[in-house]
Design a binder for this molecule. Sequence first.
Ligand SMILES: Cc1cc2nc3c(=O)[nH]c(=O)nc-3n(C[C@H](O)[C@H](O)[C@H](O)COP(=O)(O)O)c2cc1C
Length: 250
Amino acid sequence: MIVEGIAELIWERKWGKMMKVTVIHGQSHKGSTYNITQQIIDKISSENKQIDEYFMPKDGPDYCIGCYKCFNEGEEFCPQAERVQKIVKSIEESDIIIIDSPTYCYGMTGQLKTLLDHFGYMWLSHRPKGVMFNKVGIVISTAAGTGANRVTKSLSQQLFWLGVPKVLRYSKNVNASNWVEVPNKIKVSIERDTSTLSKKVEARVRNASPGFKLKFMFNMMRITQKLNKWNMLDKDYWRENGWLDRERPW
Ligand SMILES: Cc1cc2nc3c(=O)[nH]c(=O)nc-3n(C[C@H](O)[C@H](O)[C@H](O)COP(=O)(O)O)c2cc1C
């Protein structure tokens, strides 16, 4: 029974039917940002989509207390490990990672940043996950008037440092404080944009590989790790993956 289940999973993944998506919402309410994300998810055509959704702060960890245990001893020693690792596992298994956030004072929400701080140990400079190097990221933000572009740029950088090779950005000034009040003309443009974006996602999913910038940064970090005398956990991780030799995660 279990073997059949695994075989089915492998078959579905290989032939593109089963698509796993992790969605991290930087907010708990279902406003303009959430509705745009929902449109994109709905428009990505796949017979069998598995969606794991996390709403911040409800499903996220408490703030980082700067104990450095994740960096120096292992991620399992973080006081918030249970909540962090649940989301990390979901991301690892996903083809697509979506992160959204309304624009708050020209930045992402504080509760989303709280989660992303806990991912620092997986940055290229520490112990990046090999499985990240073929995923597609989508980052979304809305603002009333200005700042959404900054938020998607910042979220895109976060995914870059986690090793995600392709990140699609969508920022929109919605001229409203909630979805109901978004002018019809803007909603029509959002419908059009989300259709275009979902087509781009479909073209790239399971087809993404690192470009020059990501490979360059990985190689810079590789040199740093070769010289590393300050964190043996990181260095051993790179060595065990063969990345200090000829192996690469892509
Ligand atoms: C605390 C707070 C800060 C905000 N800061 C900005 C801002 O810097 N720029 C802006 O244009 N809108 C700002 N807004 C408005 C929201 O970004 C905007 O209404 C957004 O579309 C809300 O998305 P939501 O419906 O998903 O919550 C702010 C709203 C709040 C509550």
